[in-house]
Design a protein around this ligand. Structure first.
Ligand SMILES: [Zn+2]
Length: 98
């Protein structure tokens, strides 16, 4: 009875260890394969997927908008970024009116 329990525990332990070992080996293998087999497809900062860019807060509605697609307005204080022309117009309206 005790032997059976011991064997069961050992089996569980062995499976757990084996699983983690396989996981580590697979991870290392995939890393090694992706790193060694295709050096031409390595991450190139110049040709990487374009990121969303810097996020700017729309001062009118508070929406965060990517600098690349924002509606810009140059002010003496700096460039402001708006989510839409409507927001920009609203901002111009409120800042120019007394
Ligand atoms: Zn807006």
């Amino acid at each position: 009875m005790l032997r059976t329990l011991l064997y069961l525990l050992l089996a569980i332990l062995a499976i757990t260890v084996l699983r983690s070992v396989i996981g580590i080996v697979m991870k290392a293998a995939s890393h090694w394969l992706s790193g060694a087999s295709s050096p031409a497809v390595r991450d190139d900062p110049g040709h990487s997927v374009p990121t969303a860019g810097v996020l700017r807060k729309d001062p009118v509605c508070g929406t965060f908008v990517s600098e690349a697609i924002s509606v810009k307005l140059k002010t003496p204080a700096g460039t402001l970024h708006f989510c839409s022309e409507a927001c920009r117009d609203k901002y111009v309206e409120t800042t120019t009116s007394p």
